[in-house]
Design a protein around this ligand. Structure first.
Ligand code: ADP
Length: 389
């Protein structure tokens, strides 16, 4: 049975937001309502951050009312703390470079210590020490492959790691980790993360039809990411790696703003054009006061699978120079190799399947630097073992 927007609005008009009886649709706080082909309904409620507590019951009630409609398979409702009086109306497209979060303490590069406290004001995830975004100025530079192998390299160093695929335009973590099937719902509305190679993983690709995400605007994106952060049973993690959508547009800015990030990593290829985009990435995170933990040059040199010769087919060193110019840390170079491409495309990531190989070493070194920039400490949570004989 097909659900219409009117059905949803009718259900939401039974929810009031104040003592005067103003209904949710009449309050001007409701975003655009999106219904995907699987009859999943998504919307968000615009609030001031200080109203979060008061509006949580409203959100829950709204979710419940829509879920009770016959034919609705699930509801994704979230509170959206848009900033600035000049911010757009709910559901309206945001301008890139629009609302900017005020700077927060500890937001300078290289000063990402502490919990994932977040530009998303007080929205830190309980149990998760750090949330790190892996981003790129444009698609196809190997962002997802890098995010996945970095997460595995952090895990290999003894850290408890989650990987959240928030790339609404091309979720690839299921393919990279060889995952399929719908996540299991546990304890009411909480989703159980999937497990792969020692990582906890969740992907937007396992939750929505890809085509429905393409039309999402800022508030919808924010709603989805908030739900994937909060309604997934991540448990205790040292770091949650978030594979961001590529680019620096409205959706990316909103996501960077909505997620309580400890820091961001920018992946770029060495070519000039990619570097211009990487620069935009750095600017975007600076705008929302997220520390840049470093730039990674991917596909830096091509390693010939036959003779092992390294050639810099895209040029070389561009990202390192760009990082210096932008005064952000440089984390390292990842070569272009058949092993990385084949293992990524086969759902058998190289760091997990060849942990002692040359590629794993590269990712491992980058992960070590990343963790150092994040915490100021070497990786590994286990204290030295004391053996008493
Ligand atoms: P993005 O997330 O930036 O769109 P992906 O991670 O999906 O990019 O990578 C795009 C393609 O490039 C994939 O086929 C992947 O296997 C390949 N790839 C990424 N990094 C490397 C690398 N260092 N060496 C070889 N192939 C790579």
């Amino acid at each position: 049975m097909a659900i219409t927007r009117d059905d949803v609005l009718k259900a939401l008009s039974t929810v009031t937001v104040d003592r005067g009886g103003t209904t949710l649709p009449a309050s001007g706080r409701l975003s655009q309502v999106v219904i995907d082909p699987g009859n999943r309904v998504m919307f968000s409620i615009l609030i001031d951050p200080s109203e979060a507590e008061r509006f949580e019951p409203v959100r829950r009630e709204a979710e419940g009312r829509v879920l009770a409609l016959p034919g609705v398979s699930s509801v994704l409702a979230s509170l959206t703390a848009e900033r600035g009086a000049s911010g757009p109306a709910p559901g309206a497209p945001r301008q890139s470079g629009g609302p900017v979060a005020p700077p927060r303490p500890g937001s300078a590069p290289g000063n990402a210590q502490g919990n994932a406290q977040g530009n998303a004001q007080g929205n830190a995830l309980p149990g998760v020490r750090h949330i790190v975004a892996v981003a790129s100025g444009k698609g196809g530079v190997g962002k997802s492959t890098t995010a996945c192998n970095l997460a595995l390299a952090l895990s290999a160093q003894g850290l408890r790691v989650g990987l959240l695929d928030a790339d609404i335009y091309g979720p690839s973590v299921p393919k990279l980790l060889g995952l399929s099937g719908k996540p299991r719902v546990i304890e009411g509305k909480t989703l159980e993360p999937l497990q792969a190679y020692g990582l906890k993983a969740m992907s937007i690709g396992l939750l929505i039809e890809p085509e429905s995400a393409m039309i999402w605007r800022g508030p919808m994106v924010q709603s989805a990411i908030t739900q994937m952060l909060r309604d997934v049973a991540w448990g205790a993690l040292d770091v949650l790696v978030v594979d961001m959508p590529p680019g620096t547009g409205d959706a990316q800015l909103t996501m960077a703003q909505a997620t309580p990030l400890s820091g961001a990593v920018i992946v770029s290829t060495p070519q000039d054009l990619a570097l211009i985009d990487a620069r935009r990435g750095v600017t975007m995170f600076r705008k929302v006061s997220v520390p840049i933990l470093g730039v990674i040059e991917n596909m830096a040199t091509f390693i010939c699978p036959n003779c092992g010769h390294a050639s810099a087919i895209f040029g070389h060193g561009g990202a390192r120079h760009e990082a210096e110019r932008l005064e952000v840390p440089f984390l390292g170079e990842i070569p272009l190799t058949m092993a990385i491409r084949e293992t990524s495309d086969a759902g058998r990531p190289v760091v997990a399947t060849d942990p002692d190989g040359p590629q794993a070493k590269v990712y491992s070194e980058i992960a070590r630097k990343l963790w150092g920039n994040l915490t100021g400490a070497p990786a590994g949570r286990a204290a030295p073992k004391i053996v008493i004989e």
